[in-house]
Design a binder for this molecule. Structure first.
Ligand SMILES: [Zn+2]
Length: 96
């Protein structure tokens, strides 16, 4: 016996579900794979060009130093960067 949901049988509102991973629809997957097959050389060339230029681009750190993109990750964890940031925060606190 199934009864219509009333105020006694109705479930309490469920908490918002955790964001599910967005999956591509099968049609989109097909379209993207066919596009990639058609333009594979073009895409790989562009990717290669970007990879070559990426490391040459400069990144200006909030500590004031200019480093290349490839050394950015190492710089942020370096003693030099940490000391500079400490110095900067100390200076800011002095003027307050
Ligand atoms: Zn830095």
């Amino acid at each position: 016996m199934l009864s219509k949901p009333n105020k006694f049988t109705a479930k309490p509102p469920e908490p918002p579900a955790v964001e599910e991973k967005k999956t591509r629809s099968s049609a989109l997957v097909k379209a993207q794979s066919s596009y990639y097959k058609k333009n594979k050389t073009k895409i790989t060339e562009k990717q290669m060009e970007y990879n070559k230029t990426y490391n040459k681009l400069k990144y200006t750190c909030p500590c004031g130093l200019v480093v290349s993109n490839c050394s950015k990750y190492n710089h942020i964890r370096s003693k030099r960067h940490i000391k500079r940031m400490e110095h900067l925060t100390n200076q800011e606190n002095k003027f307050k």
